[in-house]
Write a protein that binds this ligand. Structure first.
Ligand code: CTP
Ligand code: MG
Length: 572
């Protein structure tokens, strides 16, 4: 998948609006990206209080993303489309605020209008397709196709969009890029910059939620569909799934206030045995609609008997693997909490990206459900480790709850989900450890953690006795009786521990952590963090003895050899 960003020159105001009039009028006036998820915290080790006071709340980010998405359309174009012509044509319906192109089995344009009315105007002119031998479901949506009938376009041959990959770069390429950095700290920040969601990918996520909302609105006009999880918590990377939450709370909260006495009307509504039964029936019906009518939605599965019922499908035009849930407000809270921790100190995100990438490179995590450690569990483990530093880098959840004001109070299904939302109330302690030190300490910490007896608990910021038998016990921050890593079996935990031992050891070897950079255009040899991402020699569990006998440079040599072979194969 490649993506072409066509945001124009920097303007004084964050958003500039232009109308494309004559031939000469180009889209240059389209404004600079507002980097809401592209926030560059920089390489500073400690975030200043001022930076944190300026943080946007997740609520504000959601609201902004939703509003942009509702003014946007997704257009499938012929790959040779002339960009200027397309924009000129589309701008007949109104001012275009932003646009970009991306490729996913064909070229797509995301166009954001300045006003929602423009979408209505575009709908009036869009035709229902006429197809022979087949029939279409006459469901109109903001996923459209651009046709160019009977007009040979002389300028068509050169489309001019510079599309970039939207999927994450392959691991081998990442290793080569990291090897060019001159310090492990730089490698870690660079990994975050390479992997974090781009502004465009984030917009596309909001747009897919908004397209889904149009389907659900047939039944529930006041509903919203919000992204949660890594799409918005600041830890998402290109290729992450899209977790969506069908929020029906707006329906009851818009309730007219009941008079204390006198006549009043209320809706008659169907009743079900439990809230779970209501969630299941809503998801069942919406899932059916998505399957039967949702343009671009394929492989729809209704997984209604799961602890958290969901509808899973692929949204083909965006390439996202989607999970639609309803009545999942606790997960929204944990998304908000992870976002807050990520905003508190720039080291948090850098390390989360690094550990997630390291885990994926060694198949500790997987995109297939199973006994693997999940990214969410890994993130909670990293947060716990940062709470255990001396002094702690981030506060405990109990401390965040104690700082909460009356407006922050939140109890969901009996679970206390209260924590402070005002970043300025949070005072951090001054810990100046570098990313390199912290990464090494993280591996050391979990290489020697008493998993057999202790549970990981970010609410208390201290390990607790395990309340139940499970190889890995991580207390769910809000639903405290649940274990986030219940699925993990002993083999997977042992692999994780063995890899932590190996990585901690590798980082302490001078062969690993000495820059062997490629000056004068010479290719660099993998070093530092890049070495940790190379295939491991840890095949089983009890390999630590064998590994210690084997010199580090031998391992690096063999790994280098395998990299060279891959490159040779690529060239040939
Ligand atoms: N979640 C939770 N409890 C769990 C699993 C998930 O509260 N046991 C919530 C978390 O807020 C998590 C979100 O559901 O962020 C989405 O879960 P998942 O997609 O598994 O994790 P992500 O954080 O989105 O990470 P990934 O990039 O792997 O999708
Ligand atoms: Mg997810």
């Amino acid at each position: 998948m490649r993506i072409s960003v066509s945001f124009g020159a920097t303007m004084a105001s964050p958003f500039a609006v232009c109308r494309l009039k004559g031939r000469g009028s180009l889209v240059k006036c389209l404004q600079k990206v507002d980097p809401f998820l592209h926030r560059n915290i920089g390489t500073d080790v400690v975030a200043t209080q001022e930076q944190r006071h300026g943080c946007k709340s997740l609520y504000a980010i959601q609201a902004e993303g939703q509003a942009q998405a509702e003014r946007s359309v997704l257009i499938s174009c012929h790959s040779s489309i002339n960009e200027k012509k397309l924009l000129k044509y589309i701008s007949r319906h109104g001012d275009i605020k932003k646009y970009f192109f991306y490729e996913s089995y064909g070229l797509y344009a995301v166009v954001e209008f300045a006003n929602r009315e423009s979408v209505a105007s575009l709908f009036e002119r869009a035709a229902v397709p006429r197809v022979s031998h087949e029939s279409t479901v006459p469901f109109k949506s903001r996923l459209l196709s651009l046709r160019n009938i009977g007009l040979a376009d002389s300028t068509n041959q050169q489309s001019g969009q510079q599309c970039q990959p939207q999927t994450p770069i392959p691991i081998n390429e990442l290793i080569l890029r990291l090897s060019k950095e001159e310090s492990i700290n730089q490698q870690i920040t660079s990994l975050r910059d390479i992997y974090q969601l781009t502004e465009e990918n984030s917009r596309l996520r909001f747009l897919v939620c908004s397209l889904l909302k149009d389907i659900a609105a047939a039944y529930f006009p006041e509903c919203t569909i919000k992204p949660f999880g890594s799409s918005v918590n600041g830890f998402g990377k290109l290729g992450s799934d899209l977790d969506m939450f069908l929020d029906l709370d707006g329906i009851s909260s818009r309730n007219a206030t009941k008079p204390i006495s006198g006549l009043s009307l209320e809706y008659q509504m169907k009743r079900a045995n439990s809230e779970r039964a209501v969630t299941q029936s809503i998801l069942s019906v919406i899932g059916e609609c998505v399957d039967q009518f949702g343009p671009g939605c394929v492989g729809v599965q209704k997984i209604l008997n799961a602890r958290c019922p969901l509808v899973r499908f692929t949204h083909q035009p965006s390439g996202f693997q989607c999970d639609l849930t309803a009545n999942n407000r606790v997960a929204m809270k944990s998304t908000e909490l992870l976002y807050l921790y990520g905003e508190l100190d720039p080291r948090v995100r850098c390390l989360v990206f690094t550990v997630r990438c390291w885990a994926r490179a060694h198949s500790i995590t997987s995109s297939i459900p199973g006994a693997w450690i999940t990214n969410f569990s890994l993130t909670v483990m990293l947060l716990f480790f940062l709470q255990r530093r001396s002094p702690p880098i981030i506060p405990t959840l109990d401390h965040l709850r104690d700082l909460a004001g009356p407006a922050d109070k939140s109890v969901i299904e009996g679970n206390d989900c209260t924590f402070v939302s005002d970043f300025s109330k949070i005072q951090l302690q001054s810990n100046t450890e570098t990313l390199e030190q912290l990464l090494c300490e993280f591996f050391e910490f979990y290489a020697t953690f008493a998993f057999s007896r202790m549970s990981i608990n970010i609410r208390k910021g201290k390990e607790q006795n395990k309340p139940e038998v499970a190889p890995l016990h991580i207390q769910n921050p809000f639903e405290t009786s649940l274990n986030v890593s219940k699925n993990v079996n002993a083999t997977q935990l042992d692999r994780f521990v063995a890899l932590c031992q190996e990585s901690s050891w590798l980082l302490q070897q001078s062969e690993t952590n000495t820059f062997r950079g490629g000056n004068k255009g010479k290719a660099s040899q993998p070093w530092g963090l890049a070495t940790l991402l190379l295939p491991s020699q840890v095949a089983g569990i009890n390999v630590s003895k064998k590994r210690r006998q084997e010199p580090a440079n031998e391992r690096i040599k063999s790994l280098l050899e395998s990299l060279k072979n891959t490159n040779r194969q690529k060239k040939s």
